[in-house]
Design a protein around this ligand. Structure first.
Ligand SMILES: NC(=O)c1ccc[n+]([C@@H]2O[C@H](COP(=O)([O-])OP(=O)(O)OC[C@H]3O[C@@H](n4cnc5c(N)ncnc54)[C@H](O)[C@@H]3O)[C@@H](O)[C@H]2O)c1
Length: 207
């Protein structure tokens, strides 16, 4: 059963995976405790901010010893709901979709792409690794059958609104969109955009 998570700000939710990644690196290096000062130095963040973020969920750290790495990993995973398998649907088995699907096989976390969707008859019925490519029309049925909770959109911009509508109608509430277009979703859906072009464009300002 899931434990109740306190409501936390989006800024903290975005920082937790950064802490988690470094803590997992420490664990792999056999390092068992870490101070907020060391975390701050390695992550180029303010130690006071880190202590504040982590204090949200109870008193994890101990004065003079710091945080127990494994305990913090488990706690952050629990908060982010990564302590269980989260099944993901990817829509758009093109260049980007194939790259992301292949990367998925190496993911350490409990996030796993279990189904891929496309409309191209040449792709539907084939597979990428162990993941089958289904027709978009099957999305709702497969999402229900596989208990999929997250969606990734890698279709061309013109098709993205149709795809997001189908994901939402199927009950998917967390979606990562790679298509360079602003999508409309209901208020109870969490949509994030990964937009390479706008990132590069704003970076160009600093040239
Ligand atoms: N390739 C990149 O490096 C890159 C980087 C950032 C963002 N993007 C964006 O990601 C998206 C995909 O890019 P790509 O290069 O992989 O394109 P692509 O043309 O190689 O692949 C798009 C895939 O979507 C499928 N598709 C089209 N309409 C569909 C629909 N209604 N339902 C389901 N599938 C549908 C196509 O059949 C195709 O397999 C684009 O919006 C692109 O702008 C691509």
């Amino acid at each position: 059963m899931q434990s109740k998570t306190p409501k936390i700000s989006e800024a903290v939710v975005r920082r937790l995976p950064i802490y988690l990644r470094y803590l997992q690196h420490l664990f792999d290096m056999n390092i068992r405790t870490v101070s907020s000062h060391e975390l701050g130095q390695k992550l180029d963040m303010n130690p006071a901010q880190i202590r504040k973020d982590l204090a949200y969920f109870g008193e994890f750290g101990r004065k003079g010893i710091g945080y127990e790495v494994i305990y913090l990993i488990e706690k952050i995973k629990q908060i982010l709901k990564l302590d269980r398998t989260i099944r993901v649907a990817l829509v758009g088995a093109g260049h980007l979709g194939i790259a992301i699907s292949n990367y998925n096989q190496y993911l350490k976390e409990n996030l796993t792409i279990t189904a891929i969707f496309d409309t191209d008859p040449k792709k539907v019925g084939t597979s990428i690794g162990a993941m089958n490519i289904y027709h978009l029309d099957e999305l709702s049925a497969i999402v229900a059958k596989q208990e999929i909770e997250m969606g990734i959109i890698t279709v061309p911009a013109f098709a993205a609104q149709e795809v997001v509508n189908k994901l939402v109608a199927a009950g998917v509430r967390t979606i990562l969109n790679f298509a360079p277009v602003t999508l409309k979703v209901p208020a109870n859906v969490h949509l994030r955009n990964a937009d390479l072009t706008t990132e590069l464009q704003s970076l160009a300002y600093y040239l």
